[in-house]
Design a protein around this ligand. Structure first.
Ligand code: NAG
Ligand code: NAG
Ligand code: NAG
Length: 151
């Protein structure tokens, strides 16, 4: 109740809060119990006038719900696909074709993130993954491909 009264009393302040929040980004994870549906979450994100959303995957339903909005979206290549993508350009192209192109440009996908907290794990297998990180980034980047295609 209090915030609403605040906005009614200070419409100008409310406006500037809206302007600031359009530059705010949120991380939208889906691990947890009793999460609101993607639909409700996206409605909430829109109503808060949030400008950027980072997803921890490339959830088709969420990407579809974000289409036609002014929200910049980051999506993530999951950790378990990094090694395959790092060593195989066709696989990288396939990932982009399946996870980015169906939604782009109606959904404003702006960043493709590769992996989550890769550098926080230290087993031998995890260390191998560190070396795959940059190759996976260059291969999955449609824009940088022409410049980085040497072997
Ligand atoms: C999503 O939410 C909107 C607004 O709350 C509602 O009109 C619409 O029916 C919902 N769609 C689905 C698929 O639940
Ligand atoms: C989207 O953002 C651009 C620039 O930030 C703005 O000019 C445009 O009016 C916005 N469109 C909508 C539908 O909010
Ligand atoms: C690279 O990925 C493509 C598409 O998934 C697959 O058909 C091909 O066999 C892979 N090549 C190698 C060398 O693994």
């Amino acid at each position: 109740m209090a915030p609403l009264a605040f906005f009614l009393l200070f419409p100008l302040l409310g406006l500037s809060v809206a302007e600031i929040s359009s530059k705010i980004g949120i991380n939208y994870g889906q691990l947890g119990n009793n999460l609101p549906s993607p639909n409700r979450s996206v409605e909430l994100i829109k109503s808060l006038n949030i400008g950027r959303v980072k997803l921890y995957d490339a959830n088709p339903e969420i990407l579809r719900l974000l289409s036609g909005t002014n929200i910049s979206v980051s999506i993530m290549v999951p950790n378990n696909e990094i090694t395959g993508i790092a060593s195989n350009q066709s696989k990288a192209d396939e990932w982009v074709k399946n996870n980015v192109l169906p939604y782009y440009p109606k959904t404003m996908i702006r960043y493709l993130l590769v992996g989550n907290e890769i550098l926080s794990y230290f087993s031998d297998q995890d260390r191998r993954l560190w070396h795959d990180l940059v190759p996976a980034m260059t291969k999955s980047s449609p824009l940088s491909k022409p410049k980085t295609s040497q072997t």
